[in-house]
Ligand binder design. Sequence first.
Ligand code: UD1
Length: 351
Amino acid sequence: MKILVTGGTGFIGSHTVVELQNKGYEVVIVDNLSNSRAETVNAIFGITGVKPLLEIFDLTDREKTLDFFMRHNNIRGVIHFAALKAVGESVEKPLEYYRNNIDSLINVLDGMRENNISNFVFSSSCTVYGQPDELPVSESAPIKKAESPYGNTKQIAEDIIFDAVEATPLKGIALRYFNPIGAHETALIGELPLGIPNNLVPFITQTAYGLREQLSVFGDDYNTPDGTAIRDYIHVVDLAKAHVVSVNRMIKSKMKRDFEIFNLGTGNGYSVLEAIKSFEKVTGKKLNYKIVARRDGDIEQVWADPTFSNNELGWKAEKGLDEMMVSAWKWELAYRQRSQEPRTKSQDKRP
Ligand code: UD1
């Protein structure tokens, strides 16, 4: 059974490809490599023994997208990861974010409609809840005004899918991710931010490795037990598995409604300082960090109520924070080591 994974060479996409292949799915990836590398398919081969087909083009190109669907008319489902995701950048380049994230979504949905493909899984985000009034946050919590164009693209995308589901045979599952971190246990795939990382865990691992001098902890005056902001960190492999469960659910016609939404989190919130302590404990490395001012646009605290996804999907996040940190560190070390080995011209040149 063939599944299209857009953005399949990226962080969450690559882990999902592995889990799909582990369950016997055939995967074709479309990616424009704007924030990932073609070599990822070799790493996936190293894990599963199967190299997924990779087509490199931009899904905002309507003709190329429709042509792709014409050539792959036996696709049973689509998992749509491909998107820009840097919150700060989206504030500076809103039109690029809307064009990229919305045009590509519409083109993919069009291609699916023209080829009678009805199963669609979408990468959404807990950012749609903003700072929730009640914690833990469940799927029925109100959607708050988006804090950034990036966040808005996720809200608009959910609306577009909802309307398309109403009007066409499309079926959709939107998965609202909390904070995905960690890496595959083989350390062959993981998170590879371009340049200076925005997200906490890549910044932690790069600081511990010596690539960054100091980690800034953004604010210790939040209304939380230790004053630092709280998030629900979830291991990327747990997250990836939920996508496979979602695809199965659609293909086996187990959906209760034609558009379903699920929180993907562990249900546990950890502060920035707790995340740092966990990292230090499991790696034995002392992190150089200092408390600085809050980061614009950050919310104080959010963690998931995963009850609905646990019950409905029969899925549960299994890995704890320590395990997430170990795998993130193992990946950082392995990636840096590989980068120092003699390389060919085509290989990645990132710092
Ligand atoms: C953000 C977005 C989320 C998006 C995700 C993907 C918001 C509210 N959330 O998550 O929608 O899907 O990025 O990129 O915009 N921190 C530090 N120092 C650092 C980096 C982070 O203290 O150097 C803190 C942050 O203030 C935050 C926590 O660590 O409290 C997690 O930050 P991060 O990893 O960037 O994720 P979010 O901001 O939660």
